[in-house]
Ligand binder design. Structure first.
Ligand code: ADP
Ligand code: MG
Length: 232
């Protein structure tokens, strides 16, 4: 359908999101406040203290995620863009994500050749991948595997992210990426919305394949950028 319509739909989503972000962020802030108050109490043992602190930090992280996702949706466009080496970008992503995977008993296997380059904003690109891989990790049931691999194909770079997590029913698969659609008790339903938006701003696309009980695979296509033989 036409671009004008798409634009006005996006503006509509942004204004709805802006209104609800305030509300969404207030929750974790209030929960954090509650935990900090509990810390003030005199006869709280160390174990409980550590637990309250941990939960307070998690809630603040959640508030921060909601805000980051909102800002990216509102402004996904590519300031500070340059030629990015995909394998280097994904190494940074790996550093952030491996501790989380370990926490869920998951193993991540990343196999990205050195010669693939795309053009874009480094932190936005990483955010798109972190949101995708986080979902894979969260889908793992008592451990499992996540595999990332990539190759060049007809002027594009193709990246696969496959997990053997819980997978999705067709009705869930049809709704992912819609603002606030989540099947998780503590989900935000903003991660994929933002990922789609970032990939779209990069002139790329994503498709998902998923089967309940088997796993999920995201296939991301981005335009490849040629880099000069003598460096950048
Ligand atoms: P959130 O993670 O906060 O729920 P997302 O936008 O990141 O929001 O994801 C939306 C929903 O898509 C998830 O709640 C989940 O139901 C589904 N989903 C996304 N990725 C996967 C995956 N790899 N495996 C299973 N379900 C997934
Ligand atoms: Mg998510």
């Amino acid at each position: 359908y036409n671009q004008e319509l798409q634009l006005s739909e996006k503006r509509e989503i942004i204004s709805q999101l802006a209104a609800s972000v305030a509300h969404e962020v207030r929750n974790p802030l209030q929960v954090t406040r509650g935990f900090l108050q509990l810390l003030e109490e005199k006869n709280t043992d160390d174990l409980k203290r550590a637990n309250y602190l941990d939960m307070a930090i998690k809630e603040l992280d959640r508030a921060s995620t909601i805000i980051t996702n909102f800002l990216t949706y509102a402004k996904p466009q590519l300031e500070d863009t340059k030629v990015l080496n995909l394998s280097e970008e994904l190494k940074h992503v790996e550093n952030v994500i491996v501790p989380l995977a370990n926490l869920h008993g998951g193993v991540i296997n990343i196999d990205i050749p050195d010669h693939l380059h795309v053009y874009g904003n480094s932190s936005k690109l990483k955010q798109a991948f972190i949101n995708l891989i986080k979902n894979s990790i969260e889908a793992l049931m008592r451990g499992g595997n996540i595999r990332l691999w990539a190759y060049g194909h007809k002027g594009d770079v193709i990246i696969h992210i496959a997990d053997d997590g819980e997978g999705m029913e067709a009705d869930v698969l049809a709704r992912i990426g819609q603002p606030y659609f989540t099947s998780k008790p503590k989900g935000t339903g903003l991660g994929l919305m933002v990922t789609y938006r970032i990939i779209e701003a990069l002139q790329g696309s994503i498709v998902f394949k998923s089967e309940k009980g088997i796993g999920t695979e995201a296939i991301i296509r981005l335009p490849a950028t040629a880099i000069e033989e003598n460096g950048e």
